[in-house]
Design a protein. Structure first.
Length: 270
């Protein structure tokens, strides 16, 4: 696929950790689609070094930033505009982390300091990114900002733990900031609610393999892949979706509207 849908556009892509990351696929496809962008991740994630390969492949500059630090974000937006030669047209927030999930704390017995970190890294960081962009006036009119979410924001998936609360916050920020940024600069802000996908963050959730199989069986089209998610992101960054804003967009093969599927019922047949 090489539609030059993003020709002339500039962007910032958060969250490419390795070649399984959804953000990694978005960067590859944005490059194919003609965009110029900077890549960013938490300084600690840089240690793995893989992001430099992606930068080389896509002709991008890497600018480290902890998405919970306003200073890092100020620097990221300032430097990105310098490197790219102007305001940006798109931003991808592809960030998630829960110390409670990592350390296997049950939802009914959370460590509340870690809970704050989950909400800060996975939810509030989206507000911080948007606030810095808004204050610097760093996004062009009709620009498009996306964050990645999961249906646990609406329904209970027990092992998703406190990440569910962070995703609810994330989706709410897209609506609230989407209103204000829309009025001021016609910038659109949405979340994409993606199928479970095999990545470093995804695999941290307990029982993930069984869960992927369940979701595959419950989705008429099957689980959406990371590549397909990246295609959807490119469409959302393009001018073909200019009036879509403040939405949580399901990209899940139909999972969210399926009560039960024949395959799942079959497993209960006596
Ligand atoms: N994998 C799935 O099943 C799935 C499903 C729906 C939504 N999502 C969401 O997609 C997004 C991307 O996740 P992924 O599955 O590609 O996994 P991933 O592990 O490749 O990406 C998560 C990224 O968050 C970054 N990050 C963590 N803390 C950070 C911080 N303080 N500052 C900046 N970056 C930080 C990590 O370094 C990593 O690059 C996340 O928001 C995730 O919740 C994933």
């Amino acid at each position: 696929m090489s539609h030059k849908l993003l020709e002339g556009k500039r962007g910032i892509i958060f969250g490419a950790l390795n070649d399984m990351s959804i953000a990694w696929k978005v960067a590859e496809k944005a490059h194919e689609a003609g965009a110029k962008f900077t890549l960013t991740n938490a300084p600690i994630a840089m240690r793995m070094g893989a992001i430099n390969d992606l930068a080389e492949k896509t002709g991008s500059t890497v600018i480290p930033a902890d998405a919970t630090s306003m200073d890092d974000l100020q620097n990221l937006f300032t430097q990105s505009q310098e490197v790219l030669g102007g305001k940006v047209d798109f931003v991808l927030h592809s960030i998630g982390m829960s110390p409670n999930v990592r350390k296997k704390k049950h939802y009914t017995g959370l460590n509340h300091e870690w809970y704050k970190q989950t909400l800060d890294v996975s939810g509030m960081s989206f507000h911080k990114v948007l606030q810095v962009a808004y204050e610097q006036d760093a996004i062009n009119d009709w620009g498009s900002v996306l964050a990645l979410s999961y249906i646990a924001a609406q329904r209970i998936f027990p092992d998703y733990n406190d990440m569910a609360d962070a995703k609810s916050l994330l989706e709410s920020i897209a609506r609230s900031f989407g209103y204000h940024y829309g009025v001021k600069k016609k910038v659109r802000i949405n979340t994409i609610s993606q199928s479970p996908t095999v990545t470093t963050a995804g695999s941290g959730v307990k029982g993930f393999d069984e869960f992927i199989a369940y979701s595959e069986n419950m989705s008429p089209l099957g689980n959406a892949s990371a590549e397909a998610c990246a295609d959807y992101c490119i469409a959302m960054f393009s001018d073909l979706t200019k009036y879509v804003t403040m939405q949580n967009l399901y990209h899940d093969g139909g999972f969210s509207n399926t009560g039960v599927s024949a395959e799942v019922i079959e497993k209960f047949a006596k």
